[in-house]
Ligand binder design. Structure first.
Ligand code: HSE
Length: 300
Protein backbone atom coordinates (compact mmCIF):
# COMPACT_ATOMS: atom_id res chain seq x y z
CA UNK A 1 0.00 0.00 0.00
CA UNK A 2 1.20 3.51 -0.77
CA UNK A 3 0.35 6.40 1.51
CA UNK A 4 1.00 10.04 0.58
CA UNK A 5 0.61 12.93 2.99
CA UNK A 6 0.10 16.34 1.36
CA UNK A 7 0.01 19.69 3.20
CA UNK A 8 -2.58 22.44 2.89
CA UNK A 9 -1.44 25.58 1.09
CA UNK A 10 -2.33 29.22 1.02
CA UNK A 11 -1.71 31.06 -2.25
CA UNK A 12 -1.11 34.74 -3.02
CA UNK A 13 -0.48 35.98 0.57
CA UNK A 14 -1.96 39.28 -0.65
CA UNK A 15 0.16 40.73 -3.46
CA UNK A 16 1.66 37.49 -4.82
CA UNK A 17 -1.26 36.73 -7.11
CA UNK A 18 -0.50 33.55 -9.08
CA UNK A 19 3.17 33.55 -8.04
CA UNK A 20 3.43 32.87 -4.27
CA UNK A 21 2.20 30.12 -1.96
CA UNK A 22 2.97 28.68 1.47
CA UNK A 23 2.57 25.10 2.78
CA UNK A 24 0.83 24.63 6.15
CA UNK A 25 0.80 21.76 8.63
CA UNK A 26 -2.72 20.51 7.92
CA UNK A 27 -2.84 17.39 5.79
CA UNK A 28 -4.75 15.21 3.38
CA UNK A 29 -3.73 11.58 3.23
CA UNK A 30 -4.03 9.57 0.00
CA UNK A 31 -3.71 5.76 0.07
CA UNK A 32 -3.46 3.53 -3.01
CA UNK A 33 -3.68 -0.28 -2.87
CA UNK A 34 -3.73 -2.65 -5.80
CA UNK A 35 -6.85 -4.84 -6.07
CA UNK A 36 -7.68 -7.67 -8.54
CA UNK A 37 -10.23 -5.48 -10.36
CA UNK A 38 -12.45 -2.39 -10.19
CA UNK A 39 -12.00 1.13 -8.83
CA UNK A 40 -13.02 1.71 -5.20
CA UNK A 41 -12.81 5.18 -3.70
CA UNK A 42 -13.43 5.90 -0.01
CA UNK A 43 -13.44 9.43 1.42
CA UNK A 44 -13.25 10.32 5.12
CA UNK A 45 -12.91 13.62 6.94
CA UNK A 46 -13.37 17.06 5.37
CA UNK A 47 -15.65 17.09 2.35
CA UNK A 48 -16.54 13.40 2.76
CA UNK A 49 -20.22 14.21 2.08
CA UNK A 50 -19.72 15.91 -1.27
CA UNK A 51 -16.62 14.48 -2.96
CA UNK A 52 -17.16 12.03 -5.83
CA UNK A 53 -16.35 8.33 -5.40
CA UNK A 54 -16.22 7.57 -9.11
CA UNK A 55 -13.75 8.20 -11.91
CA UNK A 56 -14.45 11.94 -11.76
CA UNK A 57 -12.63 12.06 -8.40
CA UNK A 58 -9.70 14.48 -8.75
CA UNK A 59 -7.19 12.16 -7.05
CA UNK A 60 -8.11 9.41 -9.51
CA UNK A 61 -7.95 11.81 -12.50
CA UNK A 62 -4.47 12.95 -11.45
CA UNK A 63 -3.34 9.35 -11.02
CA UNK A 64 -4.71 8.42 -14.43
CA UNK A 65 -2.52 11.11 -16.04
CA UNK A 66 0.55 9.30 -14.68
CA UNK A 67 -0.72 5.81 -15.50
CA UNK A 68 -1.52 6.83 -19.10
CA UNK A 69 1.85 8.51 -19.54
CA UNK A 70 3.55 5.32 -18.33
CA UNK A 71 1.28 2.95 -20.23
CA UNK A 72 0.58 1.35 -16.82
CA UNK A 73 -2.77 -0.27 -16.16
CA UNK A 74 -3.35 -1.49 -12.60
CA UNK A 75 -5.81 -4.43 -12.65
CA UNK A 76 -7.82 -2.74 -9.91
CA UNK A 77 -7.31 0.14 -7.50
CA UNK A 78 -8.55 1.00 -4.03
CA UNK A 79 -8.15 4.68 -3.09
CA UNK A 80 -8.70 5.81 0.50
CA UNK A 81 -8.72 9.55 1.17
CA UNK A 82 -8.55 10.94 4.68
CA UNK A 83 -8.95 14.70 4.34
CA UNK A 84 -7.88 17.28 6.89
CA UNK A 85 -8.15 20.18 4.41
CA UNK A 86 -11.65 21.62 3.99
CA UNK A 87 -12.55 21.81 0.27
CA UNK A 88 -13.42 25.06 -1.51
CA UNK A 89 -12.05 27.32 1.23
CA UNK A 90 -8.84 28.61 -0.41
CA UNK A 91 -6.58 26.17 1.43
CA UNK A 92 -5.37 24.10 -1.49
CA UNK A 93 -7.60 21.04 -1.17
CA UNK A 94 -7.68 20.44 -4.93
CA UNK A 95 -3.90 20.90 -5.23
CA UNK A 96 -3.47 18.36 -2.42
CA UNK A 97 -5.71 15.93 -4.32
CA UNK A 98 -3.76 16.43 -7.55
CA UNK A 99 -0.32 16.14 -5.94
CA UNK A 100 -1.43 13.17 -3.81
CA UNK A 101 -2.82 11.35 -6.86
CA UNK A 102 0.28 12.00 -8.99
CA UNK A 103 2.75 10.95 -6.30
CA UNK A 104 0.81 7.82 -5.35
CA UNK A 105 0.50 6.83 -9.02
CA UNK A 106 4.18 7.60 -9.56
CA UNK A 107 5.10 5.23 -6.73
CA UNK A 108 2.65 2.54 -7.88
CA UNK A 109 3.73 2.59 -11.52
CA UNK A 110 7.44 3.08 -10.83
CA UNK A 111 7.41 6.14 -13.11
CA UNK A 112 10.17 7.94 -11.17
CA UNK A 113 8.88 11.41 -12.11
CA UNK A 114 11.11 14.39 -11.30
CA UNK A 115 9.77 17.31 -9.24
CA UNK A 116 9.59 19.36 -12.44
CA UNK A 117 7.57 16.66 -14.21
CA UNK A 118 5.23 16.35 -11.23
CA UNK A 119 4.71 20.12 -11.15
CA UNK A 120 4.10 20.41 -14.87
CA UNK A 121 1.61 17.52 -14.79
CA UNK A 122 -0.12 18.99 -11.71
CA UNK A 123 -0.38 22.41 -13.37
CA UNK A 124 -1.97 20.88 -16.46
CA UNK A 125 -4.84 19.76 -14.20
CA UNK A 126 -4.93 22.60 -11.68
CA UNK A 127 -4.40 25.42 -14.21
CA UNK A 128 -1.98 27.43 -12.05
CA UNK A 129 1.00 26.51 -9.87
CA UNK A 130 0.11 28.51 -6.75
CA UNK A 131 -0.95 25.65 -4.56
CA UNK A 132 0.61 22.65 -6.26
CA UNK A 133 4.15 24.05 -5.93
CA UNK A 134 4.16 24.51 -2.13
CA UNK A 135 2.08 21.33 -1.71
CA UNK A 136 4.89 19.43 -3.43
CA UNK A 137 7.91 21.36 -2.16
CA UNK A 138 6.85 22.73 1.24
CA UNK A 139 7.77 26.13 2.68
CA UNK A 140 7.14 29.40 0.88
CA UNK A 141 7.51 29.01 -2.86
CA UNK A 142 7.83 31.68 -5.57
CA UNK A 143 7.09 30.43 -9.06
CA UNK A 144 6.60 31.53 -12.60
CA UNK A 145 6.06 29.68 -15.85
CA UNK A 146 8.43 30.12 -18.75
CA UNK A 147 6.90 28.79 -21.99
CA UNK A 148 4.70 26.46 -19.95
CA UNK A 149 7.59 25.15 -17.85
CA UNK A 150 7.73 26.13 -14.18
CA UNK A 151 10.66 27.90 -12.57
CA UNK A 152 10.53 28.09 -8.78
CA UNK A 153 12.46 29.21 -5.75
CA UNK A 154 11.87 28.11 -2.17
CA UNK A 155 12.30 30.77 0.51
CA UNK A 156 13.22 30.06 4.14
CA UNK A 157 10.70 31.25 6.70
CA UNK A 158 11.56 32.82 10.04
CA UNK A 159 11.22 30.54 13.08
CA UNK A 160 8.21 31.30 15.26
CA UNK A 161 6.07 32.46 12.34
CA UNK A 162 2.59 30.97 12.33
CA UNK A 163 -0.46 31.27 10.12
CA UNK A 164 -3.85 31.85 11.68
CA UNK A 165 -6.62 30.94 9.26
CA UNK A 166 -10.27 31.84 9.67
CA UNK A 167 -12.39 29.45 7.62
CA UNK A 168 -15.97 30.48 6.80
CA UNK A 169 -18.63 27.87 6.64
CA UNK A 170 -19.20 28.19 2.86
CA UNK A 171 -17.20 27.28 -0.21
CA UNK A 172 -16.14 29.43 -3.17
CA UNK A 173 -15.29 28.11 -6.58
CA UNK A 174 -11.84 29.32 -7.70
CA UNK A 175 -12.80 29.30 -11.39
CA UNK A 176 -15.85 31.53 -10.76
CA UNK A 177 -13.81 33.73 -8.46
CA UNK A 178 -11.15 34.20 -11.17
CA UNK A 179 -13.85 35.24 -13.59
CA UNK A 180 -14.71 38.18 -11.35
CA UNK A 181 -11.20 39.61 -11.87
CA UNK A 182 -10.46 42.36 -14.40
CA UNK A 183 -8.62 41.50 -17.63
CA UNK A 184 -6.63 44.74 -17.48
CA UNK A 185 -5.11 46.59 -14.52
CA UNK A 186 -3.61 50.04 -14.32
CA UNK A 187 0.16 50.57 -14.22
CA UNK A 188 -0.36 52.16 -10.79
CA UNK A 189 -1.98 49.04 -9.38
CA UNK A 190 0.62 46.75 -10.97
CA UNK A 191 3.40 48.81 -9.39
CA UNK A 192 1.53 48.81 -6.07
CA UNK A 193 1.67 45.00 -6.04
CA UNK A 194 5.21 44.68 -7.44
CA UNK A 195 6.70 46.66 -4.59
CA UNK A 196 4.70 44.76 -2.01
CA UNK A 197 5.44 41.28 -3.24
CA UNK A 198 9.17 42.05 -3.36
CA UNK A 199 8.97 43.54 0.14
CA UNK A 200 7.03 40.53 1.45
CA UNK A 201 9.52 37.94 0.18
CA UNK A 202 12.54 39.93 1.40
CA UNK A 203 10.95 40.55 4.81
CA UNK A 204 10.06 36.89 5.32
CA UNK A 205 13.50 35.75 4.25
CA UNK A 206 15.18 38.24 6.55
CA UNK A 207 12.77 37.54 9.42
CA UNK A 208 11.67 41.18 9.65
CA UNK A 209 7.92 40.96 10.15
CA UNK A 210 7.40 44.67 10.89
CA UNK A 211 6.61 45.50 7.26
CA UNK A 212 4.06 42.71 6.66
CA UNK A 213 1.10 45.04 7.26
CA UNK A 214 2.08 47.01 4.17
CA UNK A 215 3.63 44.09 2.31
CA UNK A 216 0.49 41.90 2.38
CA UNK A 217 -1.80 44.48 0.82
CA UNK A 218 -3.01 43.95 -2.73
CA UNK A 219 -4.86 45.67 -5.54
CA UNK A 220 -4.97 42.95 -8.20
CA UNK A 221 -7.51 40.48 -6.83
CA UNK A 222 -8.69 41.06 -3.24
CA UNK A 223 -10.74 44.20 -3.96
CA UNK A 224 -12.73 42.26 -6.58
CA UNK A 225 -13.23 39.20 -4.40
CA UNK A 226 -14.04 40.92 -1.10
CA UNK A 227 -17.71 41.41 -2.05
CA UNK A 228 -18.30 37.65 -1.97
CA UNK A 229 -17.00 37.40 1.61
CA UNK A 230 -19.20 39.18 4.14
CA UNK A 231 -17.09 40.67 6.93
CA UNK A 232 -13.83 40.50 4.90
CA UNK A 233 -12.56 44.00 5.81
CA UNK A 234 -13.71 43.73 9.43
CA UNK A 235 -11.90 40.40 9.92
CA UNK A 236 -8.70 41.84 8.45
CA UNK A 237 -8.83 44.90 10.73
CA UNK A 238 -9.69 42.80 13.80
CA UNK A 239 -6.78 40.42 13.17
CA UNK A 240 -4.37 43.35 12.81
CA UNK A 241 -5.68 44.91 16.04
CA UNK A 242 -5.19 41.57 17.83
CA UNK A 243 -1.51 41.57 16.83
CA UNK A 244 -1.29 39.89 13.40
CA UNK A 245 1.64 41.19 11.37
CA UNK A 246 -0.09 40.91 8.00
CA UNK A 247 -3.46 39.60 6.81
CA UNK A 248 -4.78 38.58 3.40
CA UNK A 249 -7.30 36.46 1.57
CA UNK A 250 -6.13 32.84 1.41
CA UNK A 251 -5.94 31.95 -2.28
CA UNK A 252 -9.26 32.75 -3.91
CA UNK A 253 -10.94 32.64 -0.47
CA UNK A 254 -13.18 32.58 1.39
CA UNK A 255 -10.63 31.83 4.17
CA UNK A 256 -8.51 34.67 5.52
CA UNK A 257 -4.89 34.10 6.56
CA UNK A 258 -3.02 36.15 9.16
CA UNK A 259 0.73 35.81 9.66
CA UNK A 260 1.81 36.34 13.24
CA UNK A 261 4.61 35.71 15.72
CA UNK A 262 2.54 36.13 18.91
CA UNK A 263 -1.08 36.28 20.24
CA UNK A 264 -2.02 33.29 18.08
CA UNK A 265 -5.08 32.23 20.07
CA UNK A 266 -6.34 35.76 20.49
CA UNK A 267 -6.01 36.40 16.74
CA UNK A 268 -7.76 33.11 15.96
CA UNK A 269 -10.66 33.87 18.33
CA UNK A 270 -11.04 37.44 17.15
CA UNK A 271 -11.09 36.46 13.46
CA UNK A 272 -13.68 33.72 14.05
CA UNK A 273 -15.86 35.96 16.25
CA UNK A 274 -15.70 38.88 13.80
CA UNK A 275 -16.89 36.61 11.02
CA UNK A 276 -19.69 35.36 13.28
CA UNK A 277 -20.69 38.93 14.22
CA UNK A 278 -20.96 39.63 10.48
CA UNK A 279 -23.36 36.71 10.17
CA UNK A 280 -20.87 34.20 8.75
CA UNK A 281 -20.33 31.01 10.69
CA UNK A 282 -16.60 30.29 10.79
CA UNK A 283 -13.89 28.41 12.63
CA UNK A 284 -10.22 29.25 12.98
CA UNK A 285 -6.99 27.29 13.16
CA UNK A 286 -3.43 28.17 14.18
CA UNK A 287 -1.11 26.43 11.73
CA UNK A 288 2.66 26.14 11.53
CA UNK A 289 4.19 26.56 8.07
CA UNK A 290 5.21 23.14 6.75
CA UNK A 291 8.88 23.18 5.74
CA UNK A 292 8.39 19.96 3.78
CA UNK A 293 5.90 19.18 1.06
CA UNK A 294 4.18 15.93 0.08
CA UNK A 295 5.75 12.75 1.48
CA UNK A 296 5.09 9.21 0.40
CA UNK A 297 5.45 5.99 2.29
CA UNK A 298 5.30 2.46 0.89
CA UNK A 299 3.66 0.15 3.44
CA UNK A 300 4.20 -3.56 2.77
N1 HSE B 1 -3.77 32.36 -7.45
C1 HSE B 1 -5.01 31.66 -7.46
C2 HSE B 1 -6.12 32.65 -7.43
C3 HSE B 1 -5.07 30.79 -6.22
O1 HSE B 1 -6.01 33.61 -6.69
O2 HSE B 1 -7.09 32.49 -8.16
C4 HSE B 1 -6.25 29.90 -6.16
O3 HSE B 1 -6.09 29.05 -5.04
Amino acid sequence: MIRVQVPATSANLGPGFDCLGIALELYNSVEFSATPKGIFIEVEGEGADGLPRDESNLVYRAARLVFERQGFKPPGLRIRLVNGIPPGRGLGSSAAAVIGGIIAADAMSGAGLSQREILNLACSLEGHPDNVAPALLGGLVIYTAVDGDITWFKVNLPPGLKAVVAIPDFALNTRDSRESLPQLVTMRDAVYNLGRVALLVAALQKGDLTVLGTAMDDRLHQPFRAGAITGFKKVISAARLAGARGVALSGAGPSIIALADKNFKLIADVMRDTFRESGVNARSLVLTPSPVGARSLKIM
